[in-house]
Design a protein around this ligand. Sequence first.
Ligand SMILES: [Zn+2]
Length: 172
Amino acid sequence: MNHDVTHSSDPEAPEAAAPAAASAGDDAERADRKERVLHTRVPAVLEAELKAVARALRVPVSNLVRTILEDAVAIADRASSEVGERLEAAARSVEQERARLRARVERADPLGDVLAYQPVTVAAPNRCARCEAPLEPGDSASLAIRQKPGPAAFVCAACLPKPSGKGRGSAP
Ligand SMILES: [Zn+2]
């Protein structure tokens, strides 16, 4: 079933054998010393396919195999670096998202200890502490009364807590 790809039993294959096959000592001498011969077993169908392609391209089968291997390694290198970059980007965005959420939570916190809201008429330009809508002099707004002393905070009418209307105050 399997055939050694560097061993050519096909007399028609043009110099299909690897340059460093057992009988090609001279070729091996000339070959770059850094190169190594890898013997591998491939299915007969694949061998026929490789030989057909090599014949069409007029290159030795061994050259074709080496080119395919080099391409595969290059693609694998590229793919793995892309995967690494993608993972890094994902980790970065998770970190940024977490920081952003924390900042948003901390920014919303100033109204966390509010006990009540008192209707007021705005005298100096301000902003709603929750939605940051501008509050101009003369506008109706609500002053946040906190448990602990702190800077005055106002909320606009839209951000004022609404009666829940359900489950509370209305006995059946
Ligand atoms: Zn508001």
